[in-house]
Design a protein around this ligand. Sequence first.
Ligand SMILES: Nc1nc2c(ncn2[C@@H]2O[C@H](COP(=O)(O)OP(=O)(O)OP(=O)(O)O)[C@@H](O)[C@H]2O)c(=O)[nH]1
Ligand SMILES: [Mg+2]
Length: 435
Amino acid sequence: MPSDELNRDTIAAIATPAGRGGIGVLRISGPEVPRIAREILGRLPEPRVATFASFAKLDEGIALYFAAPHSYTGEPVLELQGHGGPVVMQALLAACLDAGARVAEPGEFTRRAYLEGKLDLAQAEAVADLIDAASREAARSALRSLSGEFSAAIGALQRQLVELRALTEATLDFPEEELDVLHRDDAAARLAQVQHALENVLARSRQGSLLRSGIHVVLAGRPNVGKSSLLNRLAGEERAIVTPQPGTTRDALREPIQIEGVPLVVVDTAGLRVASDMIERLGIERTQRELARADVVLAVFDATRGRDALENLPAGTQCIEVYNKVDLAPGFVPPAGALALSAKTGQGIEPLRRALLETMGWTSTGESVFLARERHLRALERAQAHLAAAGRETRRWEFFAEELRLAHVALGTITGEFSADDLLGEIFARFCIGK
Ligand SMILES: Nc1nc2c(ncn2[C@@H]2O[C@H](COP(=O)(O)OP(=O)(O)OP(=O)(O)O)[C@@H](O)[C@H]2O)c(=O)[nH]1
Ligand SMILES: [Mg+2]
């Protein structure tokens, strides 16, 4: 269970973004909230009832009081919805600080919610992921994690492990030969079941992690092959300058796009050739840097000219070859594995979008995906390794049971059942203030 942080202060923060707004929300949480509420509002509002009040004569608006434990943090919470001007909100925050609260750190409200057992760690992370979601698909997955679907899947795996451990430990107490043989078959079958279930969770998590990260796709090719035109086509907007003159693009231009809700960043670059001037030379150096960082390279060729030699494509990076301007090359057949398209007419763009998703490892299985973080993937992989090790220990039950326990612990780090304090610091520091 999460460790408790005793002697909690009362924390306050402006929960709405900085600047002007129709409403500004100030949030306070902690043991001193009832007293501070009386000081600022003149009384403690009835819990969960929207109450119109004057806020320390600085503003007036709706006060909402949540008594512990029925609040976001599990502590007494007061939310003041006032007029969202920066001066008013700051003055109101100052009044709360004068009354004894301190300014909340990023993510501190959610951290308390976690410490109070309102959310587990995976759910707390989902709060930040929902706020930061780069696409609707990502938001939907984050909400699923927030509502506990991911944690429930982890919990189900853990229950299976506990059962198998209990059975095994019972066998340890009765080491008769017959029982041992019986258990060996049963244990192997049950272990295979857990492994299968874990693989399913891992696959769905790997898929979901794509929704978070935003894969970098870099367009590369000789000048004038139509890289910028292709970027514009994929973005659905005229973002990059296109001219018939080779060497138009000098700077790397990044454009966030979505394909089936999967976010990616497409980078247009200066065409690769021997530079004709210093600006172009610098541009081409940038292209090389972008290429070195790319998750996927789109090597663009001109279908009317065929394949150019493209040096310096990073080895080991996934690459899709496309032949552009097929509208000018009727009957053109691309080499095996390459795509033919026209940035001008849009012909062949759909297959390219599908190829991009496929190269990234996205498959629309129809099954819901988990918006997993790198941390979750590592933990699932650790659990997987321990289960594999258990599979090799069906003659030494102590070791078998120990591997199951280690797999259980690895899974427990996802929900925070087993967690280190530095991990908590790292996770919550990336939240926004007031959350
Ligand atoms: N017919 C036809 N013309 C195209 C197509 N794609 C691009 N072009 C034309 O080819 C020329 C170069 O296009 P750009 O998109 O600027 O090419 P680029 O690869 O970005 O060129 P640099 O920035 O100079 O490296 C422009 O005149 C475009 O209109 C296409 O699919 N069909
Ligand atoms: Mg260009």
